[in-house]
Write a protein that binds this ligand. Structure first.
Ligand SMILES: [Fe+2]
Ligand SMILES: [Fe+2]
Length: 181
């Protein structure tokens, strides 16, 4: 969706069949991320509880609040296109969250390696969300749903920021380790 060289046919030249197939894909993607965000909101408290450093706990706590807002924003997006908000199981997020739980069970509480594992799991989740909202924003624009496109753009920015904040927490660990030497 991100390539600029091969553009989707403009709405005027797209057949009604192609238009409705695109719309169906768009709504399916929305249902997928709606499930993903809802489950993430339930999984993040476990990561906060499992985290060692206050900095990581705070970063994930802040993003939990944003995540709850992403759920609400998706509901507004559904409403803006005249669809009922519905969740369909997202196998990718289910897998990412299972992996996160596994990492928590394989690392010891109160250790640096536990935090590094949590950061790794959380960043994989953020990258999935970034890909999803990037696609949704493009599809919404293509289909002429400007209100939904704006909502997805806002969430996309927050996901990108969350990802860079996690990178910063990881870098602080590296710096601290270097200072301790
Ligand atoms: Fe999100
Ligand atoms: Fe996120």
């Amino acid at each position: 969706m991100a390539t600029k060289t091969k553009k989707t046919a403009p709405a005027a030249t797209r057949t009604p069949e192609a238009e409705s197939a695109l719309k169906e894909l768009f709504i399916d993607e929305m249902k997928d991320i709606y499930w993903a965000e809802n489950h993430l909101a339930k999984a993040l408290p476990k990561m906060i509880k499992g985290a060692t450093s206050d900095e990581l706990k705070q970063t994930i706590t802040d993003h939990l609040e944003q995540t709850k807002n992403h759920v609400t924003r998706l509901e507004s997006a559904f409403e803006s296109i005249g669809e009922k908000a519905k969740a369909v199981k997202c196998l990718a997020m289910e897998g990412l969250l299972k992996e996160a739980e596994e990492l928590l069970s394989q690392t010891d509480k109160g250790t640096e390696v536990r935090d590094v594992a949590i950061i790794s799991a959380a960043q994989k989740v953020e990258h999935y969300e970034i890909a999803s909202y990037g696609t949704l924003k493009t599809l919404a624009t293509t289909l002429g749903y400007s209100e939904a496109a704006d909502l997805f753009a806002q969430t996309l920015e927050e996901e990108k920021t969350a990802d860079s904040l996690l990178t910063k927490v990881a870098e602080n660990y590296v710096n601290e380790a270097a200072m301790a030497e």
